[in-house]
Design a protein around this ligand. Structure first.
Ligand SMILES: [Zn+2]
Length: 329
């Protein structure tokens, strides 16, 4: 598939979805709700080993809620991470492949079950292979600080991402989702890797933000988007895992900085303490809030909207309802 065809895939989805595609919501949150224990450096990826059926179940819950894009369970799944759990390289590679396959299986079986129902409101969902940042692999909270230390350079980040990217692409997802990128260096590494590997499927690169204005490293998004804007390998850019009240200003900022599609999937507004690995009590936005936020975000120019940590199928149902209702008026 050439890049032109790849971009068409996203455009077709946007058209079918009435101009704004719905991304799924928090994955780990939903696994935990079903009783999974994921307090582990691999986080939700432990379920790839222990309970793949549960992963599929969560994908199906999000499809049922109206997600147009499923994000695979590979965010924190890495070969070095699996090796440190005592698995072989081969087994680690199979698990990465499996994360994409499970999402594709869920998508296909859901679509088979709804496509012939008259008047259904679903679109055939796309599967995005999740690629978490280097900080997510370190599991030390650095995806929210952006500080990888003096030993981490461009080549090291490319080496870290390369093999996983190849395996995920070979598993045939519809697109690639780089998530929670905290600094300019890693954004550049992702872009160079897409070019070097000559990747022919669409991708988005999403940053986190802890101050609502800059990348977690403190670098401006203008700097961070520089390499991305020059590449036709990246179709969309945006923000994930950031409190909802920052999103409006960030969409406005990104609209000024790029011509690419804009993706936003914030968390619920609760604050993750990366060091103690727990959610701190704070202002949490309810599903009704997400309803009014998402139509506002769409009006400001976001073309893909969903949820990250602590959002649930009920959040996605609210987002889908408001975006799909208004698009069919
Ligand atoms: Zn998140």
């Amino acid at each position: 598939m050439g890049m032109k065809k790849a971009a068409t895939l996203l455009d077709d989805l946007l058209q079918n979805a009435g101009g704004c595609g719905v991304i799924d919501g928090g994955f780990a949150t939903q696994l935990e709700k079903h009783g999974a224990i994921i307090n582990d450096p691999l986080w939700s990826a432990v379920c790839l080993i222990n309970d793949p059926d549960l992963i599929k179940k969560v994908h199906l819950e999000y499809l049922e809620a109206g997600a147009d894009i499923l994000v695979s369970s590979s965010y924190q799944a890495t070969i070095p991470g699996f090796i440190s759990k005592g698995l072989s390289v081969e087994k680690g590679e199979l698990l990465l492949e499996k994360s994409v396959k499970l999402a594709i299986e869920a998508r296909d079986s859901f679509w088979d079950s709804v496509k012939s129902i008259p008047g259904h409101k679903y679109n055939r969902a796309l599967v995005a292979a999740s690629i978490g940042s280097y900080g997510a692999y370190l599991a030390d909270g650095s995806e929210y600080s952006g500080h990888y230390g003096p030993d981490v350079n461009l080549d090291k980040l490319k080496d870290f991402h390369r093999r996983r990217l190849q395996i995920l692409v070979d598993a045939s997802p519809d697109l690639l989702a780089f998530e929670t990128i905290p600094n300019k260096l890693e954004a550049q590494a992702c872009v160079e890797l897409l070019e070097e590997e000559n990747i022919q499927i669409p991708s988005w690169i999403c940053f986190s933000s802890v101050d609502g204005e800059n990348a977690p490293s403190g670098e401006s998004f203008k700097k961070c988007l520089h390499a991305i804007n020059k590449s036709d390998k990246v179709n969309a850019v945006g923000i994930n895992c950031t409190p909802p009240h920052f999103i409006e200003a960030l969409i406005t900022k990104f609209k000024e900085l790029t011509n690419k599609h804009i993706v936003v999937y914030p968390n619920s507004g609760e604050v993750w303490d990366g060091r103690s690995k727990k959610w701190l009590p704070s202002n949490c936005f309810g599903d009704d809030k997400f309803e009014s936020f998402s139509s506002r975000w769409r009006d400001l120019g976001a073309t893909f909207i969903g949820g990250c940590c602590r959002t649930t199928p009920s959040t996605i149902r609210s987002i889908s309802k408001v975006l799909k209702e208004s698009s069919h008026e």
